[in-house]
Design a protein around this ligand. Structure first.
Ligand code: AMP
Length: 573
């Protein structure tokens, strides 16, 4: 008798790149795009005809069509800020949903149409609202989101499946495009226990690029007296160049920059010709790398371990290709990181392993993983400060690095006579004063019987689930009246109306995209060029215009190929 498993896929929704995997013959395997790409850039383009383009072709359009492309949307996840793209204002989760829909099209092609469940990874240090936004993006893309798991835990799982017999402590250092995480995992006969996690949601390769952009801009300012960062296209061009230089410096000790036209000044082109040495680059980013090393020290301390206790070091995320990263970790821990981990694929493969554990495809592997809450969570209380009490103290309910899922209850009291309501303000963070922590939400518990201060007790329960999503209940002990909120309900972001609106926005985008595809319109190259052209009044040397035109022509060719390809295979209903 053969057993069939529901296909569940694992997705790494990265700041820079994304990938999807599934379990095939007991092992995680990447599902490539029809063009055989194993990872795709997390970039979305809405082209002049209204086609939605995701991946390499969208990335290639970043400089020519900066107002029609969006990169690094993951950095905005969880915020309610709308991002403007091609004249539309979309929420970060709506843009992420477009990336996930692209991945889903690869899955559908490989595994057949039909409902698909997914495990999606997030940085361990992602907040409640960032996790919710990710889950929502998955649902908007048409997946049933089975689980949200932490990226370093996923990477450890991929390693664990290949090294089931290995016991010891594994340090996962995950430095991607936009986020940094470090986790310490104990492995014991297939049982993988995350002991501690730390990180920074706003630190990654993007920051290194911007440090270089600033350095380029300073040179131009010193020589030409203008700031190229004020010109949207020049900024995109310098960013693209910065990433090229950064990557080049992972292989070579210096990289030349030769940009004849970065921007225009009084009708004349302003270029940039310089050399960036590895040393210079290190001096620009070393303070950021130092921050990551502080996090490494913190996880060691939180797990109660010494440097010598670390048996394996896994480097994950594209930015760990920077030689200085390797060097700093090796110097600090006195041990070489492993060199058999693919930094781009480890997280997606690990998400696939988690998917396999859920679907049953890896039921016989004997692998079990437990994770932790990487930050403390609690509420605002009156706190004694000297001879008085001050509002805004932080009372921890779930301490950081508690194994999840977890439910904890703490009792609090009314603070003044006749008090009939309490405002429950929920925070995450490590500071004793809430103003230095991150607010997750708040709600009002009413109906407390009027009594003397301290006489009415309120039980506050925090339930933190396997997805890292928090639910809070507060109840008045004397009446038994309770109020329960999930944090997002409290800030009203995933109300049914809000979700319906997102679904409508995405459907409309795809309807436009399909219309554009149905008409089989040839690419209007003039339109693309007009879009990308410099001001007509500007006097640009002929050969520079020629180079720029050739570059745009190539780009248009690539985009044309992609638009037709996608239409033909019935890219979207
Ligand atoms: P990830 O989020 O893991 O896909 O990592 C993407 C980040 O890695 C981006 O900021 C890339 O610029 C960076 N990256 C990729 N390859 C290299 C390389 N060879 N050297 C330095 N950074 C790189």
């Amino acid at each position: 008798m053969s057993t069939t498993f529901r296909p569940i896929v694992g997705i790494d929704l990265g700041t820079t790149n994304s990938a999807v995997s599934y379990i095939h013959k007991g092992k995680p395997e990447i599902i490539p795009s029809p063009r055989k790409e194993r990872i795709i850039p997390s970039v979305v383009l809405i082209d002049p005809q209204g086609h939605i383009v995701v991946g390499e072709d969208a990335r290639a359009a970043l400089v020519a069509m900066p107002d029609r492309t969006i990169a690094a949307v993951k950095r905005k996840m969880g915020s309610s800020e709308r991002i403007s793209i091609a004249g539309q204002a979309l929420l970060p989760q709506e843009i992420s949903a477009l990336i996930l829909k692209e991945l889903k099209s690869y899955v559908d092609e490989k595994l057949g149409e039909g409902e698909k469940e997914a495990v999606i990874t997030v940085p361990a240090y992602f907040t409640d609202e960032q996790r919710r936004a990710t889950k929502q993006a998955g649902e908007l893309a048409g997946f049933v989101v089975e689980r949200i798991i932490n990226e370093p835990t996923a990477a450890a799982l991929a390693f664990g499946l290949r090294n089931k017999k290995k016991d010891g402590h594994v340090l996962v250092y995950d430095l991607g495009g936009g986020t940094f995480d470090v986790s310490l995992v104990e492995m014991m006969s297939g049982l993988m226990e995350v002991k501690a996690s730390s990180g920074n949601n706003e630190l990654g390769g993007e920051d290194f690029d911007w440090r270089l952009v600033d350095w380029f801009a300073e040179q131009i300012m010193a020589e030409q007296g203008i700031d190229p960062r004020n010109d949207i296209r020049a900024k995109a061009l310098l960013k693209e160049e910065a990433e090229r230089v950064k990557k080049g410096l992972s292989d070579d000790i210096s990289v030349n920059v030769e940009l004849p036209v970065v921007t225009m000044k009084e009708g004349a082109p302003v270029g940039l010709f310089t050399t960036v040495t590895r040393e210079r680059f290190i001096s620009l980013i070393d303070d950021l790398l130092e921050e990551t090393m502080v996090c490494v020290q913190n996880v060691l301390r939180d797990a109660g371990l010494q440097k010598d206790d670390i048996d394996e070091i896994l480097l994950v995320g594209g930015s760990t290709r920077i030689p200085r990263v390797y060097e700093r970790i090796e110097n600090f821990l006195g041990k070489q990181p492993r060199n058999d981990v693919n930094p781009d694929e480890a997280v997606a493969l690990g998400a696939g392993v988690q998917a396999g554990l859920k679907s049953g495809a890896l039921a016989k592997s004997g692998l079990v993983v437990t994770d932790v809450a990487p930050f403390s969570m609690g509420i605002a209380v009156l706190k004694e400060a000297g001879f008085t009490s001050r509002p805004g103290g932080f009372a921890t309910i779930i301490p950081r690095n508690t194994t999840i899922p977890v439910t904890k209850t703490e009792q609090f009291h009314t603070v003044y006579p006749g008090q009939t309501a309490v405002q429950i303000e929920i925070y995450q963070g490590e500071h004793e004063w809430v103003k230095y922590n991150h607010k997750l939400g708040e709600f009002l518990l009413e109906g407390i019987p009027a009594n003397m201060e301290q006489e009415e007790a309120i039980n506050v329960t925090f339930r933190y689930n396997l997805n890292g999503i928090l639910e809070v209940t507060a109840s008045c002990v004397s009446t038994g009246e309770a109020m329960k909120v999930t944090i997002q309900d409290a800030i009203n972001r995933d109300s049914e109306a809000a979700i319906a609106e997102s679904v409508r926005a995405i459907e409309e985008l795809y309807a436009q995209s399909k219309e554009a595809g149905d008409e089989e319109e040839e690419w209007e190259l003039e339109e693309l060029l007009a879009d990308a052209e410099w001001d007509e009044d500007e006097d640009i040397p002929a050969e520079e215009l020629q180079t720029e035109a050739e570059r745009l022509l190539k780009q248009a060719e690539r985009l044309r190929a992609s638009a037709v390809g996608r239409t033909r295979r019935g890219w979207r209903e």
